[in-house]
Design a binder for this molecule. Structure first.
Ligand SMILES: Nc1ncnc2c1ncn2[C@@H]1O[C@H](COP(=O)(O)OP(=O)(O)OP(=O)(O)O)[C@@H](O)[C@H]1O
Ligand SMILES: [Mg+2]
Length: 258
């Protein structure tokens, strides 16, 4: 499918997406465009539809109507409508999702967790007996550096702080080399220092991939220093720099001023 209306460097384009639950419109004619290599922050009040938007992109929730066009770099001009695929298929197309609760395996070391992510999540048992090649070792070592856990590589997952577990989970997702990473409320429960480190980490990641991050922590959003979309009642209320949206009276009324 070729769509002539969207810019060439578009990675993801939500086109008038609607989702309703028992008559309640969680997403209401939502349109949104994410470019290749872009870091995008999404904010908005509780229930605005931010997580539902991620559910739709990742194939967890099927919208009533609308399209989610995804243009993978390997597919040149063609885009795929993600709404016709299930979660596993969407993940295989290069879309990684970080949920709020980390799924790190507590009884394995940091290194082993990363090894499982690299070799294959579906069969952790088999992957522990898989011999990593040199390229695999280098990938894991590079990831450890990126997520600031190089000196914790032999520690068990259960001995990491909350923030470190979140970073490990992000590292595990990166080893699957997503083109788009979706991150829902990564800073929740983090210390201030961990929060700023997480912002730096996502900025690093967005140099090679697109990242969409949902957060309520405005200090964190400011540290991301990127384009911000404000969602309200399942629709885009405002979009632009953080300074721009913070001065928008409608945004103040429904979110920031409360
Ligand atoms: N599976 C579901 N079944 C029924 N209602 C749902 C379902 N998922 C979400 N909703 C409703 O849709 C609306 C949007 O929820 P969503 O979780 O997307 O909001 P959010 O913007 O992520 O909010 P928060 O900031 O609190 O995480 C809410 O009213 C929620 O109760
Ligand atoms: Mg949410």
């Amino acid at each position: 499918m070729v769509d002539k209306h969207i810019p060439d460097d578009t990675l993801l384009y939500l086109d008038s997406v609607n989702v309703s639950f028992d008559g309640f419109k969680a997403l209401n004619d939502l349109s949104l465009l994410v470019r290749k290599g872009e870091l995008r922050a999404m904010i908005g009040p509780n229930g605005a539809g931010k997580s539902t938007m991620m559910d739709v992109i990742t194939g967890k929730t099927r919208p009533d109507n609308g399209r989610v066009l995804y243009r993978q770099s390997t597919q040149a001009e063609a885009s795929t409508d993600l709404t016709t695929y299930d979660e596993a298929a969407v993940a295989n197309m290069g879309i990684g999702r970080k949920f709020q609760k980390p799924s790190v395996i507590e009884s394995l070391t940091v290194w082993e967790n990363l090894e499982i992510a690299l070799v294959g999540r579906r069969s952790p048992f088999a992957s522990l007996f898989h011999q990593l090649d040199d390229a695999g070792e280098v990938k894991i070592a590079d990831t450890l550096m990126l997520i600031h856990l190089a000196d914790r590589r032999d520690d068990l997952g259960e001995n990491l702080s909350h923030g470190q577990k979140q970073w490990l989970e992000i590292g595990m997702l990166l080893l699957q080399e997503p083109e788009l990473l979706l991150v829902d409320e990564p800073a929740a429960g983090m210390t201030d220092e961990e929060t700023f480190r997480t912002a730096d980490l996502l900025k690093d990641i967005a140099r090679e991939r697109s990242v969409v991050v949902v957060e309520h922590d405005m200090e964190f959003i400011r540290a991301l220093d990127c384009r911000v979309t404000v969602l309200h009642e399942g629709h885009v209320l405002a979009e632009g720099s953080l300074d721009h949206v913070q001065q928008d009276q409608r945004v103040i009324d429904v979110y920031l001023g409360r």
